[in-house]
Structures are given as structure tokens and as C-alpha cells.
Write a protein that binds this ligand. Structure first.
Ligand code: PLP
Length: 378
């Protein structure tokens, strides 16, 4: 069994996919071909925002946001303690200070209450200026923007929605990647919408930010390519990836998002029957839709989790631990001693989470096999 079966997806989409890739190969427009602009229009339309600017990967998309906002030394950017490294890395790379904030234990997303406490503490200390929050749509579930937006507005900070895992999710009918002042996503192959290599995108309704992002991704270009008005990046999405993504976006809209939600429902139904209170299953709050980048359960402690994962591996069921370490414990950030912010939910999640095989092409039989095996090893 595959954790995320990209080969099966390719086999289903093969005819259309091969045609798309060969078309690009024969065109010789490998950089900035028409597929890139077409894709950007399709993505902006799907998400419901004015501008989509594609780029080389999801980490660059976050960096472009940091650069467009001019995040620099002395700026505090709040980041969930439970996320992928990139969400905080880009803050340090820009020269700012990531301030790690605990997450909600049920949704695994940044807690608005902990965010407000952290903002107040940073203001009181007076060393850093609160500038922005990176709200991550973890495992496919949009962060709770209904509670985050009033706090961001109250303290005058910007919201960067890191939708690398969240593309396709919704809150009250509004799509993920539309909630931030800037929102970003990643097209890394295993994400909800993935290409055949690296890719990413920036989304915004703000014309000025869109123009800045377009400049930053091409070496800070001015009116033309050889007029450079600011320091930027070399961060384009290849034509071939844009063509691949057009085929994938169609399948995503037509059936994949629905199919992956059916897999999640089936998992939840069978797991609650089979495991009772031995595992905590994911919770999707009222009005929210997840794009299920991961289906993540919680077990009773690190020892149980690690032994269950090893036993499943032995029986041919691949699982992943996202994430084994809180961000504030990552050596790269150089935070020493006790952390000044309470991140106890994150600590517990790092000890107990286990992500199960998950993708739109899982059959009922696959799901049953995972559930039965999990029941057996528990
Ligand atoms: C994958 C991921 C990224 C980075 O995306 P890349 O395309 O790999 O650079 C950023 N944030 C989160 C939450 C991610 O899961």
C-alpha cells in the first residue's frame, strides 16, 4: 500500500497528462509558456481571489509574502508551533523573529486565544514589533479565520494564510487560500494539488501586493526584465508543471476533492467502530471543509504511537508522524532554555499523532485493511 498513491492517479489521468506534457516538450516554451498564465487565471477563479502569482515552490511563496511586506529585523511574526519548518523558516530568512504560538488540540491549527496572549506579551516586552501571523491550514483544514481575523485587526497585524496543505478547503462556502491578506500554497507532489516536481503560488486581492510579488519572483524586475528595481528571487513555475497542474486541477474539481472526503468519512465511520476511545479522530468544525492533505489520528502516548507505527510498517501499512518536534525546539531557531510561551498542546500532539495512508484513489478495501490492521496492532 502507498501512503499517497501518485502512480495510481497518474494511471487514471495518463492520456490527458501525457498529451499535456508532450505539448509543452514540442513547444520549446519551457519558461513562461502560455500554460502558466492560463493556470494562474484558473487558480484565481477557483479560489475566488483577484490575483494568483505562481512561483517555484511553497516556501518561496511564503518568502515572497515576507518580502512584499518588508518583514525585517525587529519584526515579530507569529507562527504555529505545530507545522512544517517552512512556515517559520521564511520569517528568520527575512530577518524577522518567529514567535511560536500553541495550537488548538482539536483542529491542530493556531489558537486565536494563544495568539492574542503572545501578541500582548510581545508588546509588553517592547523588543519586537508585531507585524503578521502565519496561519497554517494544517492537514487540509482551514485555520479558524473567523476568530483570527478580529484579533489580527484589533492589533493591526497582517494575516499570511499558509495554504500549502489547505488548497480546496472551505469555510462557509469560501475557499482556502482566500483568507489571508496574502495566501500561499505549494504544489509539491504529495500536497492536495501537486505537480510532478516543485511549484507554488501566491494569492491576493491587493493589486499593489500582486505587482510586488510579480516583480519579486523575477529578480525584482521593473518595467522590463533587465531593469531591476529591488532585490528579488528567481522563482518561476515551469511551463511543464503548469500544464500538468491544469490537468490535475480539473480532476481535483471534478472528483478528487469529493473522493478524498468520502475516504475520510469512511475512515471516521470504521475507525470509531473499531477503535472506540483508543484513538482520537480528526474533527472538522461546522461550516468547514477539509481537503485532507492528511488523515491524522491521535494515540495514547509516544510509546504507543511509535510501537503502533512500527507494527503497521511490518504489516505493509505506511504511516507518517507529522510532526515529531515542536517548531520552538528546532535547533535552527536557536531558542534555548524554557520557552516563554505555553505550547503544551503542541508537545502533546508531537507525542501522539499518526497520519494514515490518505488519497482520493483509496478503495473501500484499502481503508478496511488499514482499519483492521490498526485494530489488530492496538
Ligand atoms: C509543504 C509545506 C510548505 C512548503 O512547500 P514547498 O513547496 O515544499 O516549499 C510550507 N508550509 C507547509 C505547512 C507545508 O506543508
Amino acid at each position: 500500500m502507498q501512503f499517497r498513491d501518485l502512480k495510481k492517479q497518474y494511471n487514471v489521468l495518463k492520456e490527458e497528462m501525457d498529451r499535456a506534457m508532450i505539448e509543452v516538450a514540442g513547444s520549446s516554451q519551457y519558461i513562461n509558456g502560455p500554460w502558466v498564465k492560463e493556470l494562474e487565471a484558473q487558480l484565481a477563479d477557483y479560489v475566488g481571489v483577484k490575483h494568483c502569482i505562481t512561483c517555484a515552490n511553497g516556501t518561496d511563496a511564503l518568502s515572497i509574502a515576507m518580502m512584499a511586506w518588508g518583514i525585517k529585523e525587529g519584526d515579530a511574526v507569529f507562527v504555529p508551533d505545530f507545522t512544517f519548518f517552512s512556515s517559520g523558516e521564511v520569517v528568520s530568512l527575512a530577518g524577522g523573529t518567529p514567535v511560536f504560538v500553541d495550537v488548538d488540540k482539536d483542529t491542530y491549527n493556531i489558537s486565536a486565544e494563544s495568539l492574542e496572549k503572545a501578541i500582548l506579551k510581545v508588546k509588553e516586552e517592547g523588543k519586537l514589533t508585531p507585524k503578521a501571523v502565519v496561519a497554517v491550514d494544517l492537514f487540509g483544514l482551514p485555520a479558524d479565520f473567523k476568530t483570527l481575523r478580529p484579533i489580527a485587526d484589533k492589533y493591526g497585524i497582517l494575516i499570511l494564510e499558509d495554504g500549502a496543505q489547505g488548497f480546496g478547503g472551505e469555510i462557509d462556502g469560501r475557499k482556502a487560500c482566500s483568507f489571508g491578506d496574502i495566501s500561499t500554497t505549494s504544489f509539491f507532489p504529495a500536497k492536495p494539488l501537486g505537480c510532478y516536481g516543485d511549484g507554488g503560488a501566491v494569492f491576493t486581492d491587493d493589486d499593489e501586493i500582486a505587482a510586488l510579488a510579480q516583480s519579486i519572483r523575477v529578480h525584482g524586475k521593473g518595467t522590463m526584465k533587465y531593469d531591476n528595481v529591488r532585490i528579488g528571487l528567481n522563482s518561476r513555475l515551469d511551463s511543464i508543471q503548469a500544464a500538468i497542474l491544469q490537468v490535475k486541477l480539473k480532476a481535483f474539481k471534478d472528483h478528487e476533492l469529493d473522493d478524498v472526503n468520502k475516504v475520510a468519512d469512511k475512515y471516521t465511520e470504521l475507525l470509531s467502530e473499531a477503535l472506540g476511545d483508543k484513538a482520537t479522530l480528526p474533527i472538522i468544525p461546522e461550516g468547514f471543509i477539509s481537503s485532507w492533505a492528511q488523515y491524522t489520528v491521535r494515540l495514547k502516548g509516544r510509546e504507543t504511537r511509535d510501537s503502533v507505527q512500527a507494527a503497521l510498517k511490518e504489516k505493509g501499512i505506511p504511516t507518517m508522524v507529522y510532526y515529531p518536534k515542536p517548531m520552538h525546539c528546532q535547533q535552527a531557531f536557536g531558542i534555548e532554555g524554557d520557552y516563554e510561551f505555553d505550547c503544551s498542546n503542541t508537545a502533546e500532539l508531537c507525542d501522539t499523532v499518526l497520519s494514515l495512508p490518505m488519497h482520493p484513489y483509496m478503495t473501500d478495501e484499502d481503508i478496511r485493511t488499514v482499519v483492521e490492521t490498526l485494530k489488530e496492532v492496538l
